[in-house]
Write a protein that binds this ligand. Structure first.
Ligand code: A2P
Length: 300
């Protein structure tokens, strides 16, 4: 399986990252330390996770040279106004104790008004281009190497890319797992040269137990003498997506980096099983944010 994927900039992004969403204070630092010791070179974080300073301290402790690491962060919804972007980025950079990010994502295709918890900014949500143009500027300034999007469906991607972009989105980070494998989005993204990154690849804390008990997953694990989590993480990479498993348990952190190519027949069996049940999305904040539309509705 590929250890890296290539982005439009030519950059090589490690195919497996440690995800740190929901990694609590006191847990996230040791998890990052374990990850870096066991060979991870890619950490997927975000400003809103509230743990970037602890991640930064753990990275520093590892002594790994900055240019051997891949660091991703994400612009929170309250900072989409062009004048708010660089200060938000600077805060992430300061917390991570670094001069630049390898990848900075627009966390959601939803803008909130500055200083509010979830008051929709209708204009910046309908037109993401001013936000994107500012991010392009920050690429040119050297503070970000690659820019991308997260949680964008096809309609919202088209709404963005209809503008005269200087730097096209390098990746789209979305929920991808056995319950919500999104084969259409994956196919479309491949056809359009957009890499996907799989968050909640094991079904997140809500669903991980069920995911690791799927009969097809268990059968493949048994046949290949690997763990169910390794079957699923390998499946994601083999589908052509970057994968971001989260764990704060040292043995699992180590386990999750060991991906192997699944023989075609077994890969196809798992793909078939994942895509033949009714899809179920695990994360959808639309009601939590009191939006009067669904974030993932293809009819903008
Ligand atoms: P923990 O962090 O306590 O180790 P996802 O990556 O889909 O968001 O899933 C994260 C959830 O899956 C967390 O609850 C995490 O638990 C658990 N998890 C991560 N890796 C493994 C693994 N190899 N085996 C079992 N559970 C895992």
């Amino acid at each position: 399986l590929p250890s890296h994927f290539t982005l439009p900039s030519g950059a090589q992004i490690p195919s497996v990252a440690l995800g740190v969403w929901k990694a609590s204070p006191g847990e996230v630092g040791p998890a990052v330390e374990t990850a870096l010791k066991s060979g991870y070179r890619h950490i997927d974080g975000a400003w809103i996770y509230g743990n970037e300073a602890e991640v930064g301290a753990a990275i520093k402790k590892s002594g790994i040279p900055r240019d051997e690491l891949w660091l991703t962060s994400k612009l929170w919804n309250t900072f989409h106004a062009p004048e708010d972007i660089e200060p938000a980025l600077d805060e992430s950079l300061a917390h991570l104790d670094t001069e630049y990010l390898d990848l900075y994502l627009v966390h959601w295709p939803i803008a909130f008004k500055r200083g509010t918890s979830n008051e929709l900014d209708v204009e910046l949500t309908a037109n993401p281009y001013p936000t994107w143009a500012k991010l392009e500027e920050l690429v040119d300034k050297g503070k970000i190497r690659n820019i991308g999007i997260s949680n964008f469906n096809i309609a919202r991607i088209k709404n963005l890319t209809a503008n005269p972009l200087k730097h096209k989105p390098a990746v789209n980070q979305v929920e991808l797992n056995y319950w919500n494998p999104q084969p259409e989005l994956l196919q479309w993204s491949k056809e359009n040269g957009l890499l996907l990154e799989a968050y909640s690849p094991l079904g997140s804390s809500d669903q991980v137990k069920e995911t690791l008990r799927v009969p097809e997953v268990l059968a493949i694990a048994k046949e290949l003498v690997i763990t169910p989590a390794q079957v699923l993480i390998s499946w994601h990479v083999q589908r052509g997506t970057i994968v971001l498993p989260k764990s704060v348990t040292p043995s699992r952190v180590v386990e999750n980096l060991k991906v192997v190519a699944l023989p075609d027949d077994l890969f196809n069996k798992l793909e078939e099983a994942a895509t033949s049940h009714k899809p179920k999305r695990i994360l959808n904040p639309s009601t939590g944010w009191k939006l009067d539309f669904d974030v993932f509705d293809e009819n903008l």
